[in-house]
Design a protein around this ligand. Structure first.
Ligand code: SF4
Length: 400
């Protein structure tokens, strides 16, 4: 049922912040599953927005944030859990498509119910749907970090990736956000685009630095089944494996030469501007996801909402997704970080030592140049990051 205006559903027992200073602060993720059109490489769930669907969807998000009714259907303890959070991430899809007023209502409710005063509050935006009015509304609501989908500063590459605007629109959006007081800006880049060279990628990194980005995410393009790019895979001039490795290594080194330290396989930041929210994922800290296709980890349980917008609007409860925060999962996620898996971190998290077999294995000749291990941590090198799936699975198989 579409809701003509922004009203919160009636609530007999609204959630209010419960403080428990002994526990780590949580993260909140809100998924906005709308995109104007589908990018040819993307297999994320998103749908074209109709005004009625957007209204109903946001109403459903606000309702769940307020009462956690559906979440409590599969995880009753959530009603009594400490949900004090120091990060909110509104991702998509294209959150900026639903406009500043709707996003502000979500942010304000999260701040009222769950967020600390100094919370990192990020909204993903598309340059095409970003305006000064949007950033003014977001800044007023308390948003202090913007993640802009840029992919490339090269307009030919952008066009190939289905981006509707040129790099000038990215710069305009960055400047508009800054002039509204939001200067913690992350730009997304894509590596391994058809015809991309190390030089063109360096120019994109340069663009990020000159625009004043504090954070850069750089993901290697992967061909996902069912996407137009997958169908065209034989005719796309994709860099081969060696070229992609070279592009990745050069991009990482170049980003670091400009002051962006690599802290995760695909993420770089000026000192102090690492994404607090995403660091929670890689450290198995608890987070609550609201919205279609969003995932949660709480009390060692994982669950997710169906990808369908209609299911979310029609109050379908989330689906259990098994045990979370296991030793295997923790080690696997920590090894994505440059800091790696520390002995002390593992001990603190699980109350016992990391199995000796893992540290023994990490010293193996097989991993020379790919894994660095000392008495404090085990970490993948940059070369190791490129083959992380194979290494991590083998290194920690005894935890499985
Ligand atoms: S804007 Fe993002 S989520 Fe939407 S189709 Fe493109 S890549 Fe996918």
């Amino acid at each position: 049922m579409p809701h003509a205006q922004w009203v919160l559903p009636p609530s007999s027992s609204p959630r209010r912040l419960q403080l428990n200073m002994n526990k780590a602060l949580k993260g909140i993720y809100i998924h906005i599953p709308f995109c104007e059109s589908k990018c040819p490489y993307c297999d994320f769930y998103s749908t074209a927005p109709s005004p009625e669907a957007v209204e109903s969807y946001v109403y459903a998000v606000l309702s769940e944030l307020e009462n956690l009714e559906r979440t409590a259907e599969i995880y009753p303890d959530i009603k009594n859990a400490d949900l004090k959070s120091d990060t909110l991430y509104i991702g998509g899809g294209t959150p900026s498509l639903i406009g500043g007023e709707r996003l502000s209502r979500i942010v304000r409710l999260c701040r009222e119910l769950y967020l600390t005063a100094d919370a990192e509050i990020t909204v993903e935006c598309n340059p095409h749907s970003s305006s000064s009015e949007l950033f003014e509304a977001l800044a007023k609501a308390g948003v202090n970090r913007i993640s802009l989908g840029m992919q490339s500063a090269n307009d030919t590459e952008r066009k190939l990736l289905g981006r509707r605007s040129g790099a000038d629109a990215v710069l305009k959006a960055v400047n508009a956000a800054k002039s509204c007081g939001i200067d913690n800006i992350s730009l997304d880049l894509m590596l391994g685009i058809p015809n991309q060279s190390a030089e063109s990628l360096k120019r994109s990194v340069d663009f990020c630095a000159h625009a004043g980005a504090k954070h850069i995410s750089a993901y290697i393009l992967s061909l996902e089944e069912g996407t137009p790019f997958f169908k065209l895979r034989d005719s796309l001039k994709l860099p081969d494996e060696d070229e992609t490795c070279e592009i990745y290594m050069e991009a990482c080194e170049y980003a670091e030469s400009l002051g962006y330290g690599q802290y995760e396989i695909s993420n770089f930041a000026l000192p102090g501007f690492e994404s607090r929210h995403n660091l929670k994922y890689w450290s198995c800290e608890e987070y609550l996801g609201i919205g279609s296709a969003s995932h949660s980890l709480f009390g060692s349980h994982r669950w997710f909402f169906s990808r369908s917008v209609d299911d979310f609007i029609n109050k379908m409860p989330p689906v259990p997704d098994g045990e979370g925060d296991t030793e295997y999962e923790y080690a696997m996620l920590r090894l994505r970080l440059k800091d790696g898996l520390t002995y002390e971190g593992f001990r603190k998290h699980f109350g016992h030592e990391l199995p000796a077999r893992i540290s023994e294995k990490s010293q193996s000749k097989v991993y020379r140049g790919l894994v660095e291990a000392d008495t404090v941590r085990i970490a993948l090198t940059r070369k190791g990051f490129l083959v992380s799936n194979a290494i991590i699975g083998d290194l920690i198989d005894c935890l499985y």
